[in-house]
Design a protein around this ligand. Structure first.
Ligand SMILES: Nc1ncnc2c1ncn2[C@@H]1O[C@H](COP(=O)(O)OP(=O)(O)OP(=O)(O)O)[C@@H](O)[C@H]1O
Ligand code: SF4
Ligand SMILES: [Mg+2]
Length: 339
């Protein structure tokens, strides 16, 4: 059984301009100890889809199921959900200062977190655990730095401290929402290594949200690609990188330096994501898709199995065999090239 199974999640926000449909039938699952990468452009619903399942999508109306360790988080009482959050499901965000309080020393913050969930842990043991965690995430001179305030840490160290705090209660699931976006490339790689190390040590499952497929290539086992509030493709990492089906995934990969080769060959996806208040008809990607044909504009494709796989799904009307897809693509382009 999956550790977390999200089924048919819908989240919408009522605004003066109309209902924002931020998640439309999102389903995904994460097994114990595995890493799921969720990718997509800004505004595709990555954060909303994960925050809503732990009760953090304020003001949103949420339907669907989110079965965590056998219990539905969406029907759980608030107090109970609060207990699960932090202890069993920890979250880290792009901005460490959203989790670390600027006025309190790092030691105090980690210890408070431990003692709030485990009141029987005495102060000395909690402090020792805080120091161990800081060491584990690679904070130099942890015994001394544990008494620092967050602003005395560099950006990368703050990110590590936040990860240490998230891991303090040995959660079964860590949701990391763009944890490395604000960091430079070297620090980014270090933080990913830290997450990986902790995962190996504690067997934690990780949901890693990012708009960077390069990050996903490094640590994800499985990948969910989101577009306009829906999952458009999902597969294991290798399948997604080497045998992707959906033109949006293809577009994301073409705009990736490491994949497209030299920088001059980078081909960004043209156009903008649609408004989530007034979505296009049919396939939501059709206004930007180089292969769009009549059916795409009329009917929204279901997220269906492709290439004879039992887990690779794509929501696209292109044929579901490799050969069929390739020849139809070539035909639709009629001698044009993508980009
Ligand atoms: N409280 C809210 N009220 C209205 N709209 C909201 C609210 N929260 C999120 N949205 C909208 O829901 C959509 C999805 O937002 P979300 O934050 O999940 O995107 P994202 O994929 O995480 O993007 P990013 O990569 O920029 O973080 C966006 O259009 C956003 O404006
Ligand atoms: S369904 Fe059509 S428009 Fe949508 S991604 Fe596939 S080919 Fe493109
Ligand atoms: Mg986000």
């Amino acid at each position: 059984m999956a550790l977390l199974e999200v089924k048919d999640l819908h989240v919408s926000f009522n605004t003066d301009d109309g209902a924002v449909r931020a998640a439309r039938g999102v389903s995904f699952s994460v097994d114990r100890g595995q890493t799921l990468g969720i990718v997509g452009e800004s505004g595709s619903g990555k954060s909303v889809s994960t925050q809503s399942i732990v009760g953090l999508a304020r003001g949103g109306s949420v339907t669907g199921e989110a079965i965590f360790d056998g219990r539905d988080l969406l029907t759980m009482h608030r107090d109970e959900l609060q207990k699960v959050r932090g202890a069993q499901i920890a979250m880290i965000f792009q901005d460490p200062l959203s989790s670390l309080h600027p006025f309190y020393r790092v030691d105090w913050q980690i210890c408070e977190m431990i003692r709030a969930h485990e009141p029987r842990t005495d102060a000395k043991a909690a402090r020792a655990r805080a120091i161990d965690l800081l060491k584990l995430v690679g904070i130099p001179q942890a015994e001394r730095r544990v008494d620092d305030f967050p602003h005395q840490f560099s950006g990368g160290m703050r990110q590590r401290a936040m990860i240490a705090m998230a891991m303090a209660l040995n959660p079964a699931l860590l949701i990391a929402d763009e944890p490395t976006t604000a960091l430079d490339v070297t620090v980014q790689a270090q933080v990913l290594r830290v997450i990986e190390r902790l995962q190996n040590e504690f067997g934690t499952a990780v949901i890693l949200i990012t708009h960077d497929l390069g990050v996903v290539a490094e640590i994800a086992d499985d990948v969910v690609v989101m577009y306009a509030g829906a999952v458009v493709e999902t597969a294991d990492r290798d399948e997604l990188f080497y045998r992707n089906h959906h033109p949006y995934t293809e577009g994301l990969l073409r705009s990736l330096p490491a994949y497209g080769g030299e920088r001059a060959r980078l081909i960004p996806i043209t156009g903008q994501p649609p408004s989530l208040i007034k979505l296009p008809t049919g396939c939501k990607f059709h206004p930007r898709c180089p292969y769009a044909f009549d059916r795409c504009r009329a009917e929204e494709p279901p997220l269906a199995l492709v290439y004879g796989s039992s887990s690779h799904r794509s929501s696209c009307w292109l044929p579901h065999t490799v050969e069929g897809r390739e020849s139809t693509r070539a035909q639709l382009l009629g001698g044009r090239t993508v980009g």
